[in-house]
Each structure stands twice: as structure tokens, then as C-alpha cells.
Design a protein around this ligand. Structure first.
Ligand SMILES: [Zn+2]
Ligand SMILES: [Zn+2]
Length: 496
């Protein structure tokens, strides 16, 4: 083989032993799983997946299926990734697993026991001639629904009822036992099957978790946070906090001592209890999202920790307005909230319009900076403007400018340049819609809690927090616990 290259003067790119297939959804929350990648790789080489593994990855005759643990944080995943990254020269394959989270989250309880999929996702990729693959998120323990299609994930084949392991003929989108195509067109969903809101919120947090760069999360960050939170709330009495999180006291103690790493599910529980998302959990100091006052009301008394700076609402508004009006100021909301000493969630609640404009403005700048030169698509702005005005007249704006841009096929930062007023109006109306939706969801949950309390009473059961949580199927956030308390008290008064 040597002589062939020696005759060539032109340097050839390094050849890979296996095809360098791109990883689907690289850099997104829907990044492809390692298992899915291996199945596609085998297909591309016209090999069975077991032959690929035995010939190229793990020479052994005892391998009868793809290892189940693939995609988690473990040695076999690390070994597969290492071999495949070399053989394909694709340097991104580690992102098809949770390996980059090693030493930040626990390596156990990451992967589901069985394969799970969204039949509508499969079908829509097929209908749009897109590659059929299985995203990593479907493989994770907390995953049980598809947020895009708002349906539960499926895990048994509709024909053979099997949920078997990936054997020789395994293909993405097909049953691994009988080969049946697992996609199907959407069907009307009966109202009784509406998704639990707590589960939806948890999946939104899971999606966000997957968009975080693990490298930017400081090691021990969570341990420090837990330590800090329990000090802030209960003078270091961790038992109370553990109970509220539904984590065993002993385990919780080792989490805050740093002798154990948190499970992915535990991270999501903490987010739910405090009504925050993973980004807040990792990067926002907990003083900003722990409401000491609220916790005190229902739990152990604790001392107010000092050193908080208070800013009046007017002051905050003036500051935000000054940033909106300053052409060259592209501060992030996180930075702004640091400067003000006010949590970004509080800012968003109080100033939905201003904060949205600030975020958009920043996105616009970043987008512009990244845009490659040359090749400009011609866009019919007047026509788009007409369509947008029509949308504004028709009613609620339920999508961001970015989402509308994707749907109507225009670059969303361009709208700010071409029609700043339309841009502002959509942004404003969308922020209003989101706020309204947030309130609606909260009311819905609150009603459910009141109803449950009444039901329990009518069954002669004590509506304890534990029982109510069990019945509504979620751990209540602080605001909802307040609703529960009020319901219990009102109910008592009526009975006397
Ligand atoms: Zn789906
Ligand atoms: Zn089947």
C-alpha cells in the first residue's frame, strides 16, 4: 500500500478505517445515541451490527448483543467511543453518550432498562426523508415522553410485543426482534391521556440539561450548592431538605459531603422543588433561587442569611431600559441579574418585555458575528411582514420570533433590522402569552391539589402533604405547598 501514496505529491486527508458518518443532532439536545450511531455505521458498511462490533470494536465471540450500558458513564462506553473515534476519525462521538458528565453526575441509574422511542418522531423523519435515528435522550432513565409530540414514549413492539436487546439485525426505527417499522402517523389523543404537567416540566429540564456543556460545570458544584442550600434553609439540618426532595437522609448526607455523586434524576428533583432549571442549579448562586421566607413558613425555622442587596423595582426597570437603549451594550441577563443582585427569574417575571428584548438583542449580535460572509439568500421581507401583521391581528402569539422565523423560513435577526416595530410587537406579545401560560399551568395544578384534598377528606383520609403528593404524582414546589396548606385549613374550617 505504501507506494501508492509516495507517488502522490498532494497530501491526502487521513483515511478512516470506517466511514466517517456525521453524528446526527451534534450539539443539540437531540444528539444521536452511541447505540444508534453504531447501528447506522453497520448499515452503511452493509454489515450486521454484531459483525461490525466483533470485527472492528470488540473482538470476541461471546458478544451476542450490543452492550446495554452503552451511552452511559462506564468503561465499555469509553472504550467503544475511543475505538470508533479513531476508526471513523469523527472526533465528536463521545457526545453521543453522557461520558462528558463523568465526575459530575453518578454513573448509575442513567440508562433505561429497555429501549424507548417516539413513533411519531420516527414517522416524521421518514416522511421528510430524514435519517432515522434514536436520540440519546430517549435512552436516559428519566425519559418517558416526547416533548415534541406530547405523547408517552413506547417501549414494546406493537406486533410482537417484544422489547428485546439490539441483536444482529437491529435497525433504528424497527423492532429489534421482528423488524416491524415502529413509526406511525399521529392519532387523536383521548383527553384522559393528557400528559402530567410535572412530567412535562421535568422533560423540559432534561432537555436543558443536555444542552449544557459539562466542561463549564465546576466539579463539586452541586455538592457545594446542596451544602449551601441546607445551611440557608435549615441551619444545616439536612434531614428536612432530604425529606422534601424525596431522597433518603443517609444518601443526602453523602451527597452534600461529596462522597457520592447525584443521580440525573436527583438533579431534576432539586430543580422541580425549587422551580428552577438545571442551568440555574449549576450556575446561579442558590441565594437567588432559594426563597428563605417561603421555606421558613412550612419547615424548620432558620436565620435570614445576610448580605443581600435590595434593589427597588424602579431602579431595576431603569437599569434594564438603559441596556435596551444602549446600542453597544450586549450584557447577558445572567450578568445583569448579578449586577442588580436580583435573580434572573425575578427579572423575567417582573419585566417580561424588557428581558425578552435584551435576550433577543444579544442573540442578534451573536448571530451576526457568526454569520459567514458571501452568499446571501434573497428574502421577500414585505411579504413576510404582511404575514406577520396578519398573525398579530389574528390573536395570541404563541411562538418566539426565532420559532416563527424557522417556520416561515426567514432569518429572525433580520426582522429586527427590517421591521423593528413588528419584531418588538411579536416579542412583547409572546412574552405576555408565556406569562399567561405560566399562570394557567399553576392554576391548573393548584385546582388539582384542592380537589385532591377534598377527595381525601371525603374518603376519611388525612390529606397530608405526602399523600397529596402521591395522589397528584409529583413533589410540590414551595408555592404549591402553600396552596395545599390553605386547602387543608379551609377544609377544616368548613367541617366545623
Ligand atoms: Zn416525537
Ligand atoms: Zn416486533
Amino acid at each position: 500500500m505504501e507506494w501508492y501514496d509516495q507517488e502522490e505529491d498532494i497530501p491526502t486527508p487521513p483515511r478512516s478505517r470506517l466511514y466517517n458518518l456525521p453524528l446526527i443532532g451534534n450539539g443539540t439536545t437531540y444528539v444521536e445515541s452511541l447505540r444508534s450511531y453504531i447501528l447506522r455505521l453497520a448499515e452503511a458498511h452493509g454489515m450486521s451490527v454484531l459483525d461490525l462490533i466483533r470485527n472492528e470494536i470488540q473482538p470476541s465471540t461471546v458478544i451476542k448483543m450490543i452492550p446495554r450500558k452503552l451511552g452511559g458513564i462506564n468503561q465499555i462506553t469509553a472504550a467503544y467511543v475511543d475505538i470508533l473515534e479513531k476508526a471513523t476519525t469523527n472526533p465528536f462521538l463521545h457526545l453521543s453518550s453522557l461520558l462528558p458528565w463523568a465526575n459530575k453526575i453518578a454513573s448509575s441509574q442513567i440508562s433505561r432498562q429497555t429501549r424507548a422511542w417516539c413513533p411519531l418522531c420516527f414517522q416524521s423523519w421518514k416522511d421528510n426523508n430524514q435519517t432515522i435515528y434514536e436520540p440519546l435522550i430517549w435512552q436516559l432513565t428519566p425519559s418517558s415522553i416526547c416533548l415534541r409530540h406530547q405523547i408517552p414514549l413506547e417501549s414494546t413492539c406493537p406486533i410482537c410485543k417484544s422489547s428485546s436487546d439490539a441483536k444482529s439485525k437491529a435497525m433504528n426505527g424497527h423492532c429489534w426482534k421482528c423488524g416491524t417499522w415502529l413509526g406511525r402517523p399521529p392519532q387523536p389523543i383521548p383527553r384522559t391521556q393528557a400528559l402530567d404537567l410535572a412530567v412535562v416540566e421535568m422533560h423540559q429540564n432534561l432537555e436543558q440539561f443536555l444542552s449544557i456543556q459539562p466542561g463549564s460545570v465546576p466539579e463539586n458544584s452541586l455538592r457545594n450548592t446542596i451544602e449551601h442550600v441546607s445551611k440557608l434553609l435549615t441551619k444545616g439540618n439536612k434531614a428536612e431538605l432530604a425529606r422534601r426532595l424525596g431522597i433518603r437522609v443517609g444518601r443526602f448526607a453523602s451527597l452534600s459531603e461529596g462522597t457520592t455523586l447525584p443521580h440525573l434524576m436527583e438533579l431534576l428533583k432539586i430543580c422541580q422543588l425549587f422551580n428552577i432549571n438545571p442551568e440555574d442549579l449549576f450556575f446561579t448562586p442558590c441565594e437567588k433561587w432559594v426563597n428563605t421566607q417561603d421555606f421558613k413558613e412550612i419547615a424548620v425555622a432558620s436565620e435570614e442569611s445576610g448580605q443581600r442587596r435590595y434593589v427597588s423595582k424602579d431602579e431595576a426597570r431603569r437599569y434594564l431600559e438603559s441596556i435596551v437603549n444602549d446600542k453597544n451594550n450586549f450584557l447577558s441577563l445572567t450578568q445583569i441579574s448579578k449586577n442588580l443582585g436580583v435573580h434572573s427569574i425575578t427579572l423575567k417575571k417582573n419585566f417580561p418585555e424588557l428581558t425578552t428584548i435584551i435576550t433577543q438583542k444579544r442573540l442578534y449580535r451573536i448571530h451576526k458575528a457568526k454569520k459567514p460572509k458571501g452568499k446571501r439568500r434573497k428574502i421577500n421581507w414585505p411579504q413576510i411582514a404582511e404575514e406577520l401583521v396578519q398573525m398579530l391581528n389574528d390573536g395570541d402569539i404563541t411562538e418566539s420570533v426565532r420559532a416563527i422565523g424557522t417556520r416561515l423560513n426567514f432569518p429572525f435577526p433580520g426582522l429586527m433590522r427590517e421591521y423593528p416595530q413588528i419584531h418588538e410587537e411579536i416579542t412583547k406579545r409572546y412574552a405576555l402569552y408565556r406569562e399567561k401560560e405560566r399562570k394557567r399551568l399553576f392554576d391548573e395544578k393548584a385546582n388539582n391539589i384542592r380537589k385532591t384534598v377534598m377527595e381525601l377528606r371525603s374518603q376519611n383520609l388525612q390529606p397530608t402533604l405526602k399523600l397529596v403528593q402521591e395522589r397528584v404524582g409529583q413533589t410540590l414546589s414551595i408555592d404549591l405547598i402553600k396552596v395545599w396548606r390553605r386547602a387543608v385549613q379551609t377544609d377544616l374550617n368548613e367541617n366545623f
